[in-house]
Design a protein around this ligand. Structure first.
Ligand code: NAP
Length: 306
């Protein structure tokens, strides 16, 4: 029987691990399919307080993990296949067997969203990617495209200019969602060309098994055009990882965990933190903050049970 199980090792899960470990609860932290979470797919993090020169996303998560281990957190590299949250103690099913816990902190984050085109699906891993940091270097001296108008799209586009000969940013409106500073940086970059009011209607290259271009529809004029690119990086937001919790916990229309009173879910002793419950801020620091709050609530809950 575990006192507290934390599901997820992004900023939220790792912060919860540091706090519960320091409270001598020896948390068991389940890593899941993407250890370190979204920060491991980003480059320089410039807005996490305490790092005036910035810090690489990967290094930030590794530091948090080391910090949690220092206080006694244990890490388990398995995926959660289901949960039974009918009554406490709660059961977490994994490929390695069930784990029972008095308290659970859900910090499973969110996965990248794709456009949903058949051609896109067929070319994932063959030029279609959701991670410029992971795949950008594969596309040297060729044109590539980034889809989206948020901070992620700007960040990916700027990063890709290190390798690509040209970066198209295709956005469905004529106004960016990105912060002013990121938008300005992207628009000032001579290698980036914006294609406004437009969506990708087809990814070209399915027969060749490699992205060769994109068919684009201008939403204002209905005009169709094609551009030649070797890769398409999709940066249009995320889908929360809540599928296994659906039968047990309240989710909103987009699948995000609904929290009340900070980090509380609809079940006692089950808490949520980070992007799994946050479609508004989605920052490393807000995820870390909510991971801290969830840990403090879990500590209080366990004390009240004792
Ligand atoms: P986001 O802010 O939600 O932006 C998603 C973008 O994708 C929007 O421009 C949206 O268009 C577009 N989009 C959504 N669905 C689409 C579809 N089906 N087809 C075409 N376009 C679609 O997501 P994000 O950029 O991943 O950012 C998430 C959060 O992380 C934000 O809070 C952001 O500030 C933060 N972030 C910060 C940094 C940084 O500061 N360094 C870096 C990355 C992310 P509309 O604008 O028309 O809705």
């Amino acid at each position: 029987m575990e006192k507290v199980v934390i599901i997820g090792t992004g900023c939220a899960g790792l912060t919860a691990a540091i706090y519960t470990a320091r409270a001598k609860l020896k948390p068991l932290v389940i890593e899941g399919k993407m250890p370190g979470g979204q920060l491991t797919t980003t480059t320089m993090v410039e807005n996490f307080p305490g790092f005036p020169e910035g810090i690489m996303g990967f290094d930030l998560t590794m530091n948090m993990r080391t910090q949690a281990e220092r206080f006694g957190a244990r890490f388990l590299s398995v995926e959660v296949t289901g949960v039974e949250l009918g009554s406490a103690p709660y059961t977490i099913q994994t490929y390695d067997g069930p784990i029972q816990a008095e308290a659970v902190i859900i910090a499973t984050g969110a996965d990248p969203r794709y456009l949903g085109l058949e051609s896109e699906k067929k070319l994932i891993g063959h030029g279609v990617s959701s991670c410029a940091t992971c795949d950008g270097a594969l596309y040297r001296d060729v044109p590539v495209a980034v889809i989206g108008g948020g901070d992620s799209a700007m960040e990916e586009a700027i990063f890709l200019t290190k390798f690509a000969s040209k970066v198209y940013v295709i956005h469905r409106r004529d106004e960016l969602r990105a912060s002013q500073i990121m938008g300005d940086r992207a628009q000032a970059n001579p290698k980036i060309e914006f294609i406004w009011d437009s969506v990708v209607s087809e990814v070209l290259g399915v027969e060749e098994g490699e992205v060769s271009g994109l068919r684009i529809e201008n939403l204002k004029t209905g005009e169709l055009s094609e551009i030649e690119v070797s890769a398409m990086f999709v940066a249009i937001g995320h889908i929360p990882n809540t599928a296994v919790f659906k039968p047990w916990l309240e989710l909103d229309d987009e699948g995000y965990l609904i929290l009340t009173k900070g980090t509380a879910t609809s079940l006692p002793g089950v808490f949520g933190a980070g992007d799994v419950a946050d479609h508004e801020y989605r920052q490393a620091i807000t995820a870390a903050g909510s991971g801290c709050a969830a840990a403090l609530e879990a500590i209080r809950y366990l004390e009240s049970q004792d």
